[in-house]
Structures are given as structure tokens and as C-alpha cells.
Design a protein around this ligand. Structure first.
Ligand SMILES: Cc1cc2nc3c(=O)[nH]c(=O)nc-3n(C[C@H](O)[C@H](O)[C@H](O)COP(=O)(O)OP(=O)(O)OC[C@H]3O[C@@H](n4cnc5c(N)ncnc54)[C@H](O)[C@@H]3O)c2cc1C
Length: 380
């Protein structure tokens, strides 16, 4: 392989693969360095919900703008990746039901339905009977809840496969089984600038621009003035086999979510644990999920478990991603820390990072996602 290129992307999960594909479409020569074989990569562990309303709407305006822009792009993104790769990605736009079991939860959700941004996401409050008319599998204990019409979902494992295949098909050089140990710097320039990467094998690769997209492992890449503030937040999940039609919508409660897949599986997730890189899943985590799922849809308790797993969300101190140029290292782009929403945020992240690498303005404002917001911690 050539040992110089326009761009090196460290990490080939959904974020890295989507960025590499988008950059290649804009004419850049891109190499993705993907470690391969790590336990718990987030893009494969996720549930694939595309849910700006429940996650960030009404809480964080800058984040909502980012997430809503990505949701808008998702149908075309999913269709194009499927066409380019030949991998069906099961984009479903059936919406989500967010359930209340107590008067307190009902009051909270009714308030959300009345908020100004709710109409944009097709949100309405429905009583328990109306919800059970839509989804007969729901428990008689459900008091009511929100129907969020614009929420969608995608088969995230298929989507990663599609993104990797599409990127490689477009001409991205894919270095599988190689790990970036450090960013190499030209410290004589001011500010210092990245010159490429040092692989764990000792090989150096040179590039004009380097992108860190290594999920929760991004904080372990050496060579920077300070380690990136990204940590693993473990999520456990399981899948059960459905006997036949069971749920159309994604179901969410305060304790769990249920995500139907077209292949007859129902995903039940997810725990949210500060467990470092501890390997999962655990009996305690799965038991919590099973009980919460049975509260929403009692028959789920007797369905056969086909799989259980755990993955690591790339968390940041404020829950927002890190997007854009590193404030103290020139030529280094950050695309990490997507925490609970990296599947949703893949299309907009790819556009933002590819725009910056080609000296064009990003499609949405990104100041709120700069590493500079943690400056006292990261300028060593
Ligand atoms: C249980 C769970 C449920 C989730 N549900 C949802 C959801 O419903 N909707 C949603 O939008 N998001 C969800 N998320 C979050 C989402 O999965 C992540 O935000 C997103 O997948 C992050 O993608 P990524 O490519 O940055 O990270 P990853 O998918 O973890 O990919 C990082 C890649 O970098 C590679 N790598 C690591 N270190 C190096 C290195 N030094 N050199 C080279 N390669 C390296 C790894 O091998 C890996 O392939 C969920 C996450 C979890 C864990």
C-alpha cells in the first residue's frame, strides 16, 4: 500500500466508515485503520433507534439541531448505503410509543407533548386503551403515553456492514487488524500539526489530515497534548425470538426499550453502566431488562432468548459528541463521543467532517461540539 494519503481515519465503526465514504465521494484519498476484533464496539451493539425527540429535543437546542438534521438525512443515507453495498439495512419509519405507568410519568410525558417542538416530531398523547389498540401486546398497566410519529429505526449491524462495503467499494483503502497507537505530530510548527499516525506494529503512516473516530477507545490514542475525554459507558442488551407479529412500533419506558426487527427478533435494551471496559453481559443486567420488558409487554417474558451482548457507548463529560478540528493540533479532526446517538448522528457527522476536510462550511453549526469546551482539561 501507499504510505501517504490525503486522510487517515482511525477507527472503522459506523462513524469512521461513514466519514471515509463521504470523503471519498468528495474526491479525497482515504485510508481507514481499523483495529478489528475489539469486544463491544458500539455500532454493532446498538439498538438502531433514531430518536431525537426522546433524546435531546427540548433539552439541548444545539444538539437537537444536529440530531434533527441527521434524522432528515437518514432515509437517503440508508437507501444509498443499501444500494452501494447490496446490504439491506431495514430502515423502518413506524414511530415510537413512549409509555407511562404512573401519574408522575404521565404528567411528564403530557408536558412533553405540549412543548413547542413536539409538532415537528409528530408527537401526540394517547390514553392507555388507544395505545393497546395500536399495540395489543402492551400491558393493561400502561396508563398512557406518547406516540412519536417521526421516530425511526434501522438494523445497525447491517448498516455498519453496508457502510464499510460502500466505503471500500468507493475506493477507500481499508487497513483491517491494525491499531493506531498514537497521532504523530510536527511539534516544530505552532500550533503543532498532525503528520499521520503510528501503528501499534511500529509502522508510521503519513497523511495531510487525520480523523479520530475510534469510539470509546479514542481517549486511549496517545500523542495529543491531553487524552480525549471519552469513556466507555456499558450497555447490555438481549434479543428474543418472536412467534409471529408482536409489535410494530419501537416501545420505550423509563427502564427499557423494545425494538422489533423484520427478521422476527425483538431487541430488549439497554443498561447504562459506568463499568469501564468490564466485559458483559451479566445476569443482573439481563434480569433488570427482562423485568422491565415484561412490565411493558408481559408476553415478552416467555419468549426464547436468542442472543445477549454488551457494548460501550463513547461517552463525554456533557453527553455531546466531539466534532471538528482539534483546537490545539492542526490538521487533526475529531469525530467521536457520540454516546447514545451515534447511529442517528452518522450521516450528519460524515457530512460535517468531510466538509471541514475539503475546506467547505459544515451543514449545521458545530461550535457546541468543539473539544475547546473542555479546554482547561485538554490543553496540556
Ligand atoms: C447498547 C447500546 C445501544 C445503543 N443504541 C443506540 C441507538 O438506539 N441509537 C443510536 O443512535 N445510538 C445508539 N448507541 C450509540 C451508538 O452505538 C454509538 O454512539 C456509535 O455506534 C458510535 O460509533 P463509533 O463508530 O464512534 O464507535 P464504534 O462503533 O465503537 O467503533 C469504533 C471503532 O474503532 C476501532 N478502534 C478502536 N480503537 C482503535 C485504534 N486505536 N486504532 C484503530 N481502530 C480502533 C474499533 O475496533 C471500532 O471498530 C448505542 C450504543 C450501545 C452500546
Amino acid at each position: 500500500m501507499a504510505d501517504t494519503t490525503d486522510v487517515i481515519v482511525a477507527g472503522g465503526g459506523l462513524i469512521g466508515a461513514s466519514i471515509a465514504r463521504e470523503m471519498r465521494r468528495r474526491g479525497l484519498h482515504v485510508t481507514v485503520v481499523e483495529a478489528g476484533g475489539l469486544h463491544g464496539t458500539a455500532s454493532r451493539a446498538a439498538a438502531g433507534m433514531l430518536s431525537p425527540f426522546s433524546e435531546v429535543a427540548g433539552i439541548d437546542p444545539a444538539f437537537e439541531t444536529l440530531a434533527a438534521a441527521s434524522l432528515d438525512r437518514f432515509p437517503a443515507f440508508a437507501r444509498e448505503l443499501a444500494e452501494e453495498s447490496g446490504v439491506p439495512v431495514e430502515y423502518r419509519s413506524a414511530g415510537k410509543l413512549q409509555l407511562a405507568f404512573t401519574e408522575g410519568e404521565a404528567a411528564h410525558l403530557r408536558g412533553r407533548a405540549d412543548a413547542g417542538d413536539a409538532a415537528r416530531y409528530g408527537v401526540e398523547w394517547l390514553a392507555g386503551d388507544a395505545l393497546r389498540a395500536l399495540e395489543p401486546a402492551l400491558s393493561s398497566r400502561v396508563l398512557g403515553g406518547l406516540r412519536i410519529d417521526r421516530d425511526a429505526s434501522v438494523d445497525n449491524r447491517a448498516l455498519v456492514d453496508a457502510a464499510v462495503t460502500a466505503a471500500r467499494g468507493a475506493g477507500v483503502h481499508w487497513l483491517e487488524g491494525a491499531r493506531v497507537a498514537a497521532i504523530t505530530l510536527d511539534s516544530a510548527s505552532n500550533p503543532s500539526r498532525s503528520t499521520g499516525v503510528l501503528l501499534e506494529s511500529g509502522t508510521r503512516l503519513a497523511a495531510e489530515v487525520v480523523v479520530i473516530a475510534a469510539g470509546c477507545w479514542s481517549g486511549r490514542i496517545a500523542g495529543l497534548p491531553a487524552a480525549l475525554p471519552v469513556r466507555p459507558v456499558r450497555g447490555q442488551m438481549m434479543a428474543v425470538r418472536l412467534p409471529g407479529p408482536f409489535l410494530e412500533h419501537v416501545i420505550m419506558t423509563a427502564q427499557c426499550y423494545l425494538v422489533p426487527r423484520g427478521d422476527g427478533r425483538l431487541l430488549i435494551g439497554a443498561t447504562l453502566e459506568e463499568a469501564g471496559f468490564a466485559v458483559g453481559p451479566t445476569p443482573g443486567g439481563l434480569a433488570t431488562l427482562a423485568l422491565a420488558a415484561a412490565e411493558a409487554a408481559p408476553r415478552s417474558a416467555s419468549l426464547p432468548i436468542t442472543e445477549s451482548w454488551a457494548g460501550y457507548r463513547p461517552g463525554t463529560p456533557d453527553g455531546r459528541p466531539l466534532l471538528g478540528w482539534h483546537p490545539h493540533v492542526a490538521n487533526l479532526l475529531l469525530a467521536t463521543g457520540h454516546y447514545r446517538n451515534g447511529i442517528l448522528l452518522a450521516p450528519i457527522t460524515a457530512e460535517i467532517i468531510a466538509a471541514l476536510a475539503t475546506d467547505t462550511p459544515p451543514p449545521v453549526p458545530i461550535d457546541a461540539f468543539s473539544l475547546a469546551r473542555f479546554d482547561q482539561d485538554t490543553h496540556g
